[in-house]
Ligand binder design. Structure first.
Ligand code: NAD
Length: 490
């Protein structure tokens, strides 16, 4: 099950504050587990409010002194580019550590790392292009222009499903804009964020520009959100925690962007290329063990194609190899933690008791215990009011519903508090675009699923959050716009 030896830096892991590796002030540490074995991997210093305070102090110093925001755009670009090179040079080590702490197959950690590298490269290109505008004013003899200035110190709080990649979605645009950052990774998966800190320092990032403070959400996370020295919180995680963050941040009127949960519909019309759509439905939910915010967890199928699609999807799910994430043929790795596995299994039980029919999986993979493995599970005959049709499970569980026509497909798809992503499968171009417009979701894929690009904005409608990661849109969240007036007469 993969070599569990970790780089020296991570045994034990410490906090990275002001360019130095430090212990937590309390002296406390927490354990990080390898979910594929149910074994402890290492310990990491546990940051709490006092450590967050130190990290914010270092980030403030790097910002207020101009150490990072006054670094020329060209130099900032070079440093971001060098971070990408540093990540690339340590690809084997990073992907191995990501798989050890998260349980995802090694090839998925490779895909994550590629996107992380792409994100740093993409924002390296932006540092020299963050421009203001000249404004045509109606007040006579005045010249007006805007400046785009970095917002200040950013607190980035990220979840455990794409630990390094989602960190890069915050850190890269924030640094590109000239902000400094305190990053709090999820306590399940702090290790690759620590590797990033080392790589960024080696790439020439000034001390204090990126600080990493692993720790609990209620302690370290909330201290960061409440801290007066933090100007903005960039959060990815659950909707419940996002609501809490928005409330706590309101006291200091911090800028907040929230990327939250989802219950994304995958809509298959009868005129789709059915084998292709079924494959897309399978990868749409089971990629990343279903621990993907945009997972296509509701499969909506046009009635006349229902049986054909469901049997193809169930067959596809049944063929997926669940097991050692370091084995080449493995498609589904271990659920990130025992707690998360129990949550997923509870939802499976609720699906059964509420009357849905299991057509694939439906249980823990006992023979792989003590690791936390769940079989890819497909439910048929799900009705809209069932729990598994409404709540985010965040695991390898698909709920299948049917619809009669385009209007009912749209109504069912939008019948959720979430609005992160959706997909439409059809050969009818007009129908595809019509449905795409009417879906309340931040991303719509047509005849595909789970594609991402650093240039394409990503984020939610409704309870899936506000603000956008990636693309030029993310930069707006890390800059303030200043309006400057000049009287041209005196
Ligand atoms: P979570 O909300 O429990 O935790 C996310 C992060 O917030 C962790 O670092 C955690 O320590 C921290 N946190 C927890 N309580 C906090 C508090 N009171 N104050 C400050 N920080 C706190 O989420 P999770 O279980 O780690 O991740 C799964 C969730 O993330 C799912 O709901 C998923 O949909 C969502 N997600 C969303 C996206 C997106 O882009 N929209 C991407 C990935 C995951």
């Amino acid at each position: 099950m993969g070599d569990a030896t970790l780089p020296g830096l991570l045994t034990p892991g410490r906090l990275f504050i002001g360019g130095e590796w430090v212990e937590a002030e309390s002296g406390k540490a927490f354990e990080v587990t390898n979910p594929a074995k149910g074994e402890i991997l290492t310990e990491v210093a546990e940051g709490e409010a006092a450590d967050v305070d130190r990290a914010v102090g270092a980030a403030r110093q790097a910002f207020d002194s101009g150490a990072w925001p006054d670094t020329t755009p060209r130099k900032r670009a070079r440093i971001l580019w060098e971070i990408a090179r540093g990540l690339e040079a340590r690809k084997d080590e990073i992907t191995r550590v990501e798989t050890l702490q998260n349980g995802k197959p090694l090839f998925e950690s490779g895909i994550d790392l590629d996107m992380t590298i792409e994100t740093f490269e993409y924002y390296a290109g932006w540092t020299t292009k963050i421009e203001g505008a000249t404004i045509p004013l109606s007040v006579p003899n005045q010249f007006g222009y805007t400046l785009r200035e970095p917002v200040g110190v950013v607190g980035a709080i990220v979840p455990w499903n794409f630990p390094l990649n989602l960190a890069s979605w915050k850190v890269a645009p924030a640094l590109a804009a000239g902000c400094t950052v305190v990053l709090k990774p999820a306590s399940e998966t702090p290790l690759t964020a620590l590797l990033l800190a080392e790589i960024a320092a080696e790439a020439g990032l000034p001390a204090g520009a990126l600080n990493v403070v692993p720790g609990g959400g209620r302690t370290a996370g909330e201290a960061l959100v409440a801290h007066e020295g933090v100007d903005k919180i960039a959060f990815t995680g659950s909707t419940a925690v996002g609501q809490r963050i928005a409330k706590v941040a309101a006291d200091t009127v911090k800028r907040v962007s929230l990327e939250l949960g989802g219950k994304s519909p995958n809509i298959v019309f009868a005129d789709a290329n059915i084998p292709f759509a079924a494959r897309g439905a399978v990868t749409g939910i089971f990629y990343g063990k279903g621990e993907v915010c945009a997972a296509g967890s509701r499969l909506l199928v046009e009635r006349s194609a229902h049986d054909e699609v469901v049997s193809a999807v169930a067959e596809g799910a049944g063929k997926m190899t669940v097991g050692d994430p370091f084995e080449k043929g493995t498609r589904i790795g271990a659920i990130v933690s025992e707690r998360q596995m129990e949550r997923v299994l509870d939802y499976i039980e609720r699906g059964k008791t509420e009357g849905a029919r299991v057509v694939a999986g439906g249980e823990r993979v006992q023979e792989l215990g003590p690791g936390y493995f769940v079989r890819p599970t497909v439910f048929d005959q799900v009705t809209p009011e069932m729990t598994i049709a409404r709540e985010e499970i965040f695991g390898p569980v698909l709920a299948t519903l049917s619809f009669e026509d385009v209007d009912e497909a749209i109504e069912r798809a939008n019948d959720t508090m979430y609005g992160l992503a959706a997909a439409v499968w059809t050969r009818d171009v007009k129908k595809a675009h019509y449905v795409a417009r009417r879906l309340k979701a931040g991303t719509v894929w047509i005849n595909t699923y789970n594609l991402y690009d650093a240039a394409m904005p990503f984020g939610g409608y409704k309870a899936s959050g506000y603000g956008r990661d990636l693309g030029r849109h993310a930069l707006e969240q890390y800059t303030e716009t200043k309006a400057v007036w000049v009287d041209l007469r005196r």
